[in-house]
Write a protein that binds this ligand. Structure first.
Ligand code: 13P
Length: 343
């Protein structure tokens, strides 16, 4: 394992003021997103939309890495591959390598992420196509008697086996255990489940000899369930999320890049900012930044709606969202900055 090169990639991805753009929606998910703005899920439309995102002038100032989907890494626009387009923007190309979350046997309502079979060979190919880091997402559901121990352990084991294969191939693994927002649970319940999930993940990573210095954790934030009647405020989310990380994440992990998980764009930015304000006072060992899909893309998708004439406006909106999250990753964001939108 070339530890130095893994650490260099991880450090570049986590550089101050930069974060990651997740644009790795699977075929059904991108279909849903396109359909929500009345656009058909065709290859032409997927290329048009994804090149709108990655071709945004100046994006590399705020975005250090872009997570692509298998299809995207193989596509070209006017003879330029998406990996090349990313590199021209000084953005590192990454790739989602899991094969999706499937029903966990004997555990109704719970899922386990698949994709280990043949992964070593796929990683080798992704590397030749230009990828330098990877992503694997596991989902944990909160509910009555959930998550089960079986679900936590199966998912943590999968993440650890994936991470080990990535490091062996010289690719930085983004380890993503997502505790879903769905449900009416309290923030305290989310805290308990998230600590348990992350501890279980790091135990398995340790057992598989994954080098913590050469990985990035992509967790969900500790928040109240979406339908909880009394949802916790920004400060509480920031405090509980950091408290959780301090209980579970080794100091040698270089950084944490949060997912947005269905939070509104502004919530996701505010939470990240509040955490970085706290981090300044606490001397935390990790960089805290973003790896958002929806909270970065929503605005651009809703302006674009498949129209070529809207590409510039959509790019402006994406760039603003990226800039605000960049500021939040330094604890320098203020909600009044949202007004630039109107301007
Ligand atoms: P969201 O930010 O939309 O949750 O997506 C992040 C991601 O990469 C999910 O795997």
């Amino acid at each position: 394992m070339d530890m130095k090169s893994l650490q260099d990639t991880a450090r570049t991805l986590l550089a101050p003021g930069r974060g990651i753009l997740a644009m790795d929606e699977s075929m059904p998910t991108i279909g849903k997103r396109l359909q929500s703005v009345g656009v058909q899920n065709t290859e032409t439309n997927r290329i048009a939309y994804r090149s709108l995102l990655l071709g945004t002038p100046g994006l590399g100032e705020y975005i250090s890495g872009a997570i692509l989907y298998d299809e995207t890494l193989r596509q070209q626009l006017d003879g330029v591959s998406f990996a090349e387009l990313a590199k021209r923007q000084k953005i590192i190309p990454g790739i989602k390598v899991d094969a999706g979350a499937k029903e966990l046997a004997l555990h109704a309502g719970e899922k386990v992420t698949e994709g280990l079979d043949g992964l070593r060979e796929r990683l080798e190919e992704y590397r030749t196509l230009g990828a330098r880091f990877c992503k694997w997402r596991a989902v944990i559901t909160i509910g009555e008697h959930r998550p089960s121990r079986a679900c936590l352990e199966a998912n943590a084991h999968g993440l650890a086996r994936y991470a080990a294969l990535c490091q062996e191939a010289g690719l930085v693994p983004i380890v993503e255990p997502e505790v879903l927002l769905d449900g009416d649970h309290s923030i305290e319940t989310c805290y308990a489940v998230t600590v348990e999930t992350q501890r279980c993940v790091f135990e398995q990573l340790y057992k598989q000899d994954v080098a913590f210095e050469g990985m990035i954790l992509k967790p969900s934030m500790v928040v109240s369930g979406k339908t909880c009647s009394q949802r916790a405020g920004v400060q509480q989310v920031a405090e509980q999320t950091i408290r959780c990380l301090r209980q579970a994440v080794p100091a040698t992990v270089p950084g944490i890049a949060f997912l947005s998980g269905g939070q509104s764009d502004e919530e996701a930015t505010q939470h990240l900012n509040a955490m970085n304000l706290l981090a300044k006072k606490m001397d935390l060992p990790w960089r805290l930044t973003f790896s958002y899909a929806r909270a970065l893309q929503n605005c651009a998708m809703n302006i674009w709606k498949g129209e070529a004439t809207k590409v510039d406006a959509a790019r402006k909106a994406l760039l603003l969202r990226a800039k605000l999250n960049s500021l939040a990753s330094r604890g320098e964001y203020n909600p009044t900055m949202e007004q630039q939108k109107a301007a």
